[in-house]
Design a protein around this ligand. Structure first.
Ligand code: AMP
Ligand code: GLY
Length: 424
């Protein structure tokens, strides 16, 4: 069996590794991939948005299954293009990926189907949004409608900040066309939990829970990033909360998408906030989280190829999803200056340490192979070091031991990934 993975970050490395464990021993290709993925897959120099070239490659190589890891190609309709050419692809079609690609769409969906979320208003006109802010309660949350690399959300403590936010999103177009529409939303407080699920259009199987750390610095200080580290499972996601979410959020969302004529097939990611008034949806993503995949997939015991094929074929109800009892913690190692500006091309030391380890993994995010065979930094988030452990405390200890083995010039990581587990 031949599988093509579309993407080239830590998430795609984790997906590649999980696919590699399949009993079907697939031959893996990845476009564009990175140096770490290149050790288990053949990297192909085609960009994730070059749908025609990707499809042509898939036809030429007789690829049996294409797995799309990233949000942009999904939102752009890569799965539709593949299906039109008779190719099998894992991920939602464009009309379902919109659940992530338009916040206005997802908020309206939740409102229509009574799925708990923050109250909100949508605006297409900056003057009207500003008028609304005159009498709104503070803090308040502004969200650019479209995809903005996870950065299109502003939490504003004062009216002045919010007015400035409307100007930068809607008038100055700080996030480009993503700011053509704006959602203004009630500010909620509580713990955040991510729950990822496989969906086949009708059926849903949830994976283990996880929590990300979005800010660049210890103690949740500094700028928002793509994610600086994760742990799984979340000790705050109890059985009782799970049951509530299942009946009030997960199943209703899948049914709503089907009813709207937008059946969702792929990974549906529920970003939840556990508020005083029960769990509410912060956002949906139409794919694995990055770095959530790096703590969830190493724990997956079920054959990932079987699960993905069942999602495409609508037979997910026949799959038993099993996770390892062990907990996992992932610490992201980033380039100094990330998420603003940083240098690339520094050699990375210590990667050999992970070679024969079974419970410690070094997922590559921004890396590339140098001319002399050395591995160089090639992005803001460079590595994701994941370790398993009997419980979260042990996994955390193991991850921080393991991360000490790798280094490059000006590297940094957060020291408090998973610290919150001590409060559970
Ligand atoms: P999102 O991209 O919608 O997940 O937003 C990014 C982050 O902003 C979330 O992980 C939350 O920490 C925060 N956030 C988003 N919406 C709200 C809200 N309504 N109330 C409080 N915090 C929020
Ligand atoms: N780590 C959050 C995301 O992938 O959106």
């Amino acid at each position: 069996m031949k599988i093509l993975i579309v993407g080239g970050g830590g998430r795609e490395h984790a997906i590649a590794q999980a696919l590699k464990r399949s009993k079907r021993a697939p031959e893996l290709f990845c476009a564009p991939g990175n140096a770490g993925i290149g050790e288990i897959a053949e990297c192909v120099p085609i960009g994730a948005m070059e749908f025609e070239k990707l499809a042509e490659f898939a036809i030429r190589k007789q690829i049996d299954l294409t797995v799309v890891g990233m949000d942009d190609p999904l939102a752009g309709g890569i799965v539709d293009v593949f299906e039109q050419k008779g190719l099998r692809a894992f991920g939602p079609r464009k009309n379902a990926a919109i659940i992530e690609a338009s916040k206005a769409f997802s908020k309206d969906l939740m409102k229509k189907y009574g799925i708990p979320t923050a109250s909100y208003e949508t605006f297409q006109d900056a003057a009207k949004a500003k008028a609304y802010l005159e009498t709104a309660p503070y803090p308040i949350v502004l969200k650019a409608d479209g995809l903005a690399l996870g950065k299109g959300v502003l939490i504003c403590n004062t009216k002045e900040e919010a007015l400035q936010g409307v100007s930068s999103i809607m008038e100055e177009k700080q996030f480009g066309d993503a700011g053509n529409r704006l959602v203004i939303e009630e500010f909620m407080t509580g713990r955040e939990v991510s729950v990822l699920a496989f969906v086949d259009g009708k059926h849903i199987k949830t994976m283990a829970s996880a929590q990300d750390h979005k800010r660049a610095g210890d103690g949740d200080t500094g700028l928002n990033t793509g994610g600086m580290g994760t742990f799984s499972p979340s000790p705050f996601y109890t059985k009782e909360i799970e049951e509530y979410c299942s009946s009030h959020i997960f199943l209703p969302t899948v049914a709503a998408m089907e009813k709207e004529g937008r059946p969702f097939r792929g990974v549906l990611y529920f970003g939840l906030m556990l508020t005083e008034n029960g769990p509410k949806v912060l956002e949906y993503n139409a794919r694995f989280g990055d770095p959530e995949a790096q703590v969830i997939l190493p724990r997956l015991k079920t054959d990932l190829v079987d699960v993905m094929e069942a999602c495409i074929d609508g037979t997910l109800d026949r799959i038993e999803l099993e996770f390892d009892e062990k907990a996992a913690v992932c610490v992201v190692v980033a380039s100094g200056g990330y998420p603003v500006s940083y240098k690339k091309g520094y050699p990375i030391q210590g990667l050999d340490y992970f070679q024969d380890k079974t419970d410690e993994f070094c997922f590559h995010a921004g890396t590339k192979a140098g001319e002399g065979g050395e591995i160089l930094t090639n992005g803001g988030r460079v590595l994701g070091v994941t370790a398993l452990g009997a419980d979260l405390k042990e996994a955390r200890k193991n991850a921080y031991e393991a991360v000490k083995h790798v280094s490059f010039q000006d590297c940094f990581y957060r020291n408090d990934i998973g610290k919150a587990i001590n409060e559970a």
